[in-house]
Write a protein that binds this ligand. Structure first.
Ligand SMILES: NC(=O)C1=CN([C@@H]2O[C@H](COP(=O)(O)OP(=O)(O)OC[C@H]3O[C@@H](n4cnc5c(N)ncnc54)[C@H](OP(=O)(O)O)[C@@H]3O)[C@@H](O)[C@H]2O)[C@@H](O)CC1
Ligand SMILES: Nc1ncnc2c1ncn2[C@@H]1O[C@H](COP(=O)(O)OP(=O)(O)O)[C@@H](O)[C@H]1O
Ligand SMILES: [K+]
Length: 486
């Protein structure tokens, strides 16, 4: 499991560790890891470190200190290193001395603004040490021209700890920020490195272990890795039969949107339940495509036993079906139209697990805010929804988040691809997650494993070219095999 911790937790761990270590030791660990990563980047973009041109953007805190010490290491290996100081009188004194000793140049970024831009334009590598976890808000005015010059330059940009200006704890981006090709982060991932919009500015992320003592239960975010997903996948045993594997009920589709039913069933059939029951007006379309589906034209109450329900994709205005499903004593996944039609009190009153799967627009409607507000503050939004509804909430998007009403770390999924932004792919996800619920996974596990498989399936289906939602569903088995290593 990959984890991310809040700035406050990182600071506490830093204090605890610093008390046991000689002064400056932590920063040296960070700088060593940073310099090694920079050397690899230089080998790629300039052929080698010796003779390459490196510009350090140095703010007034320890983030700038990391950049200066790493710059000193690169200078000792023969790189021409120039540090541009945003606040010369407050730049990290030890780092500055080390850089000078190693033969690096130092300039005042403000006084030399024209030549600062030129050195950035000619650089092979720009190291962004403007601000890290001590930052508030977007970049300050003085730093903006440096970030702009770095964005225009051909140089690779390596961010120290975080791309300067992003919010470490929330992933929010207010105003200007640095766009990095690589972020070298210390001790732990920060939430902003895993959640959009900030994640997008971090580029690839490399974690340098500096020995921070971080308690597992204090994590803000968790991201499943292959081994975690593999452990959670419901795999049938010799004594399994279709009922023991779980039956998932899909109450979806309408005369207007029969395709949503077909796609939800397509996802459900690949999710690990032993059987898929469909109720609703799109039975003919479902059977024509998937003859293995158990189709009923009765409502959910009379459809026969299921271990979990999915309700809502393409449901139109069928509030009665949503209400019937919510009254069921089994886990329920509510998606799409179902989110609009579900009575909030009925959701809160449920005793079996509930998993709601809104995209940002649907989440905004439920919260009564503008869509941009949800997109800019995804972590707070998903937590707020989970608390309001007393349910597990999976917020879809480029980084999908899954929050439990009980609190605890929020799961973040990073397997997706923007090719998944295609009509109907959310229907596939809801069927897939419903199937995992029926197979016995908790709501958080079902949601996060489904997002994990769905993201991988999207990659396999697309491989750099457009794919339809049915292609995504058809690639789910490949995602399973990939996760299980066979
Ligand atoms: N924690 C750890 O374990 C370890 C941490 N380490 C490193 O320390 C870093 C944290 O250092 P830090 O605490 O000195 O804060 P930092 O990020 O340099 O920023 C503070 C400075 O930025 C300024 N500033 C603020 N907002 C700004 C903005 N929007 N735009 C521009 N400037 C802004 C602010 O100015 P002020 O408000 O004081 O005027 C202040 O001077 C951390 O990210 C990591 O790199 C590693 O060395 C080893 C282990
Ligand atoms: N830019 C993106 N990057 C990665 N995944 C995305 C992106 N945009 C959308 N997705 C994923 O695609 C799916 C779209 O679902 P949804 O918005 O419900 O679409 P629909 O209602 O058409 O099925 C979700 O799983 C979402 O997480
Ligand atoms: K930075």
């Amino acid at each position: 499991m990959r984890t991310a911790y809040s700035v406050e937790t990182v600071r506490n761990a830093e204090r605890e560790l610093m008390a046991r270590l000689p002064e400056g030791a932590l920063m040296q660990r960070a700088a060593a890891g940073l310099a090694a990563a920079c050397a690899q980047v230089l080998a790629r973009v300039a052929g080698r470190v010796y003779g390459s041109r490196v510009v350090l953007l140095v703010g007034s805190g320890d983030n700038g200190g990391d950049a200066l010490y790493a710059g000193a290491r690169l200078a000792r290996r023969g790189a021409a290193v120039t540090a541009l100081l945003l606040a010369p009188e407050r730049a990290h004194a030890g780092g500055l001395a080390a850089l000078r000793r190693a033969g690096g140049r130092v300039a005042d970024a403000g006084a030399a603004s024209g030549s600062a831009g030129e050195s950035i334009a000619r650089a092979d590598l720009v190291v962004d040490g403007i601000v890290g976890i001590g930052g508030k808000g977007g970049l300050r005015e003085a730093a903006v021209p440096l970030a702009d010059a770095a964005a225009r330059s051909r140089a690779a940009v390596v961010a120290v700890d975080l791309p300067s200006g992003v919010d470490a704890d929330t992933g929010q981006v207010r105003g200007d920020v640095v766009r990095a090709d690589l972020t070298v982060t210390f001790g732990t991932h920060k939430p902003g490195l895993l959640i959009d919009p900030a994640r997008e500015y971090a580029g690839a992320v490399r974690l340098v272990d500096i020995g921070l003592p971080l308690p597992a239960e204090a994590a803000e975010l968790e991201a499943l890795q292959h081994a975690d997903a593999a452990r959670l996948l419901p795999v049938p045993a010799a004594e399994s039969d279709k009922y023991r594997r779980g039956v998932v009920g899909i109450a979806a589709g309408s005369a207007r949107y029969p395709g949503a039913a077909v796609l939800a069933v397509a996802g459900a059939l690949r999710g690990g339940a032993g059987a898929v029951r469909y109720v609703g007006p799109a039975g003919d379309a479902v059977i024509a495509r998937f003859p293995e589906t158990l189709v009923s034209d009765q409502g959910p109450e009379r459809a026969g036993r299921v271990q979990a329900w999915v309700v809502g994709p393409g449901a139109g205005d069928d509030a009665a079906t949503v209400a019937q499903v919510l009254a069921a004593k089994v886990p329920v996944l509510i998606d799409a139209d179902g989110l609009r039609l579900a009575d909030a009190d009925a959701v809160r009153a449920r005793t079996a697990p509930t998993l709601m799967t809104p995209h940002a627009g649907e989440a905004a409607a439920l919260l009564g805010v503008a869509r941009e507000e949800v997109e800019g503050a995804r972590l707070a939004s998903v937590r707020e929804l989970a608390a309001r509804y007393g349910a597990t909430v999976l917020l879809k998007g480029s980084t999908t988040l899954v929050a439990s009403a009980k609190g605890g770390p929020v799961r973040v999924n990073a397997t997706g691809t923007s090719w998944l932004a295609t009509a109907g792919s959310g229907d596939v996800l809801s069927g897939l997650a419903g199937s995992l619920l029926a197979a016995g996974l908790s709501a958080v596990d079902a949601g996060s494993v489904a997002a994990y498989l769905h993201g991988l399936a999207g990659r396999f289906a697309a491989q750099g070219a457009p794919a339809g939602a049915h292609d995504v569903a058809a690639s789910i088995p490949r995602a399973w095999r990939d996760v299980r290593g066979n």
